[in-house]
Write a new protein. Structure first.
Length: 324
């Protein structure tokens, strides 16, 4: 029996590498495109030499997709900087991978008659005026702010996906991913959970931008992957939120991480970031109804696993040599 073929852009990234693992374990042949600009070969090192895994180290923006002669059953477009630290450093690349890159992946799906999934983000809601955020909310985004390269890049990507669905009947899916954390995040990722863990492990004060009263909802990686694979199997083409509706202030998160680590550190307050959302909480009623999905891993359980992962990395000599 011929193996089903899966193509994943950004497959060496935090989320993408876990998705590669899932489909390899299911007996699929997995193709991964990644330029490693914000990811790591370490994330896929354990599957690199497997016959059912093919790694293509290329920049999706310049990659000649004509070189891919295979037909795919499923195409996942996950490639994009996702941390403010990364998309501030790579603003044009962020815009292009969500525009040019999205169109390239859609063309591959179109020529393969494949199912296509685009990983969008809760950032399309901007600094929301309603909470929790349902998929019907159009958002409150600053189109020319420093974060717009990501926010508007993803909004354009969604528009492109829906256009391919309507015009070419490509079998598309759109997920809006809310804050996700877990193993294989980078310790210098720049987002709040890796930031706090890195500061605790290095004995530094926890830094909070603003007054710490802004809220976030955190979904553990295992829960998110289950949502993604459920989404690709349903016949639904409008966006669906994937995230954990349990809401915490950043101050509460700091206290939880300190408690789990068993280390009490000082907290430093820094000036708020530009256009930083005051609230972020998904309405997942649509995911519950259509996907029969909701997160099951508690913040305490997920953070324990994540903290243990980072502790194991920091203890490795080569980690410090790389200056991570």
């Amino acid at each position: 029996m011929k193996k089903r073929q899966v193509l994943i852009s950004g497959g060496a990234g935090f989320i993408g590498s876990h998705l590669c693992d899932y489909y390899i374990q299911k007996g699929y042949r997995v193709w991964c495109i990644d330029n490693l600009s914000t990811s790591s070969i370490e994330n896929i090192k354990h599957i690199l030499n497997l016959p059912e895994f093919k790694f293509i180290q290329e920049d999706l923006i310049t990659f000649k997709t004509s070189l891919l002669k295979h037909k795919f059953d499923m195409v996942f477009h996950l490639a994009s900087p996702a941390s403010p630290l990364d998309y501030f450093r790579l603003p044009l690349e962020t815009l292009k991978v969500n525009s040019v890159g999205t169109e390239k992946m859609l063309e591959i799906a179109k020529s393969s008659s494949a199912k296509f999934l685009f990983s969008s983000t809760s950032e399309v809601y901007g600094n929301p005026l309603i909470s929790p955020q349902p998929e019907t909310y159009w958002g409150n985004v600053n189109p020319i702010g420093s974060r717009s390269v990501y926010d508007e890049g993803k909004r354009y990507g969604e528009a492109l996906v829906m256009t391919y669905h309507r015009r070419y009947r490509v079998d598309t899916r759109i997920i809006r991913i809310f804050n996700t954390y877990g193993e294989r995040m980078r310790l210098n990722d720049g987002r709040v959970i890796p930031n706090f863990i890195a500061q605790i492990l290095h004995g530094k004060p926890l830094t909070i931008y603003g007054n710490g009263k802004q809220t976030r909802s955190f979904c553990y990686i295992d829960d998110l992957i289950k949502g993604i694979v459920k989404m690709i199997e349903v016949d639904y083409h409008l966006p669906i939120n994937l995230g954990n509706p349990d809401e915490f202030t950043i101050l509460q998160l700091a206290e939880i991480i300190q408690k789990i680590a068993g280390i009490k550190t000082q907290i430093e307050f820094l000036p708020p970031l530009e256009d930083d959302p005051k609230q972020r909480r998904p309405d997942i009623s649509k995911a519950k109804k259509l996907l029969h999905w909701e997160p099951v891993v508690s913040i305490e359980e997920g953070l324990k696993k994540t903290l243990n992962y980072f502790r194991s990395l920091v203890s490795q000599p080569q980690w410090n040599k790389k200056g991570k």
